[in-house]
Ligand binder design. Sequence first.
Ligand code: FPP
Length: 268
Amino acid sequence: MPHTLRHLALIMDGNGRWAESRGESRTVGHMAGIESLKRCVEFTAKNGIKYLTVYAFSVDNWKRPRAEVKTLMSLMRQFLATEVSTCLKHGIRINVIGRRDRLPNTIRLAIANAERLTRHCERLVFRLAIDYGSRDVLERATSNGMNVPIRQALEMAAHSIAGIPDVDLLIRTGGEHRLSDFLLWEVAYAELWFTQTMWPAFTVNELQQTIFWYQHRQRRFGGLPLVSGPVHVLENEFGNSSTGSNGLLAGMAIEATENDDTVGASIQ
Ligand code: FPP
């Protein structure tokens, strides 16, 4: 039976190489990357996926040339300001995870505004990771001296909304096979997909096909393959069920066809 996809994560790599291969500047690549992101967000919202987390700027991206960092910051600020109306139209809640203390004031304001204006939206939680690194989050969560459960401490350190489920599927474009300090805690049982496609060239069709692949993976969460028919969930001696926490088996498959760029098929 196909798996429900609740939480999708994206490492949007390859903007620079995509642009350079066309004789364009890296800025053009980042701008094209934003268009690709908008398509994926809309697809995600329209197809019943509840959580989307994307890597926009890592704690290590500050090492890039000043001019590129400035461009990225300015693009993120514009994106946050202009996408609010689209998000409101589609019921998308914006949430920015990562540190905020090193961001320019203008971005901090744009984040606060976008989060405030969309906080009532319930169709999709769209999390943008900005100045984000998993190790940084883990370090801050475990050194704040607060006596709260680790997951709650992580959510607080990352500025995340409480109760976001683990990542089901992580896609990285751009040909590299690594996680680059992204959601290390949350991808514990995620299915990982690496594609050679550069992020600006990543289409909704490729996303749809990757989701189709995900839905047919055998997910065991450390247990044994699940059989069809009634499932008897055994409790272990501590009273916890052993099939994973979120009942991911359910729903229908989407039909992924090679030339189908349409959105609207159900992925529940
Ligand atoms: C990687 O491309 C891309 C990033 C630094 C993050 C993704 C950024 C965007 C999609 C644009 C800005 C984002 C938002 C949300 C407004 P790269 O520069 O590492 O490409 P390369 O590996 O080919 O050099």
